[in-house]
Design a protein around this ligand. Sequence first.
Ligand code: NDP
Length: 309
Amino acid sequence: MAIVIIRQDDKIELWKKALLTKDPDLEVYGYQENHPKEKIEMALVWKHPNGALVDYPNLKLIASSGAGVDFIIEDETAPKNLPITRVVDDMLAKDMSEHVLAVILSHLKNLDQYKINQIKGIWKPMQYHRISDFTVGIMGMGALGKELATDLVKYGFKVRGWANSEKNIDNVTCYAGASGFDDFLKTAQILVCLLPLTDETSGILNKKLFKKLPRNAYVINVARGGHMVDEDLLEMLNNGHLSGAGLDVYHQEPIPKEHPFWSHEKIQMTPHYASVSDTNSVVPQILDNYERLIKGKKLLNEVVMHRGY
Ligand code: NDP
């Protein structure tokens, strides 16, 4: 039995070392090194090259080393009948919560605009906003959305959440499904997308949705670029309906140089780094699942294939 790590960034050695530190007896390979393909039973993947999963005749589990699995589901060459697992991790959730809080506060206190003014040499005091005046709507109340909601309540925001199923979270007004969507949107002065990217949620951040938000709403997308209809966002920012957007994720990453988001004064961009799996925090659950696989036990954090998340 062996594990292969497949990813295109420079973190293969980091993951390998983290796995071997926890269990020195493991047989682990990076996909670019020579390795016995018939021995591989688990692939630990992050944005693997399409086609990289076809060569493993005895593969039994595809484990994402992050929270998202959309890149696995979108890979048409990936074996179809294998379980897929993902990461659910307190540190990942806390990092995301801190990132979103930073973006919200930057907007409320005009820090994004002051930075632009500073570079232009403009001294211009602007009215700031208070946390207590703001309602934040969170789309997706899963591992990350729930943590964010709870944190924002502690800071004094009014918080609303929207998910597929009903939720009961202290001091958070929760809405579910299509029937609750318009009520959820109409008071969301700040909208945060933390949905998984599925057939149902692709393109959900569009003009129709933006029009249902209160005027001057601010939109934060930290989920996936595929949720956003870029032209609709630009139109709603340019006609003044939306006051701004904080984006961490894009249709194409890195976002092409000529994309209008780069130079838009109302858009605050970060390079898909809101929250990243910390190997030390995440490796124990990866190894736990590997052991469960070997022993034929129920896997942790398994994707429900018909839902796509
Ligand atoms: P979860 O699977 O734990 O939560 C997903 C939530 O979305 C659930 O509450 C689910 O509802 C809800 N949902 C799914 N589909 C729909 C739908 N059609 N309508 C309404 N609600 C829906 O995901 P995580 O919280 O772990 O992660 C969320 C996303 O964040 C990831 O998929 C990834 O794309 C992104 N991410 C981004 C990072 C970054 O650095 N930018 C880092 C990590 C993650 P229910 O609870 O009822 O099932």
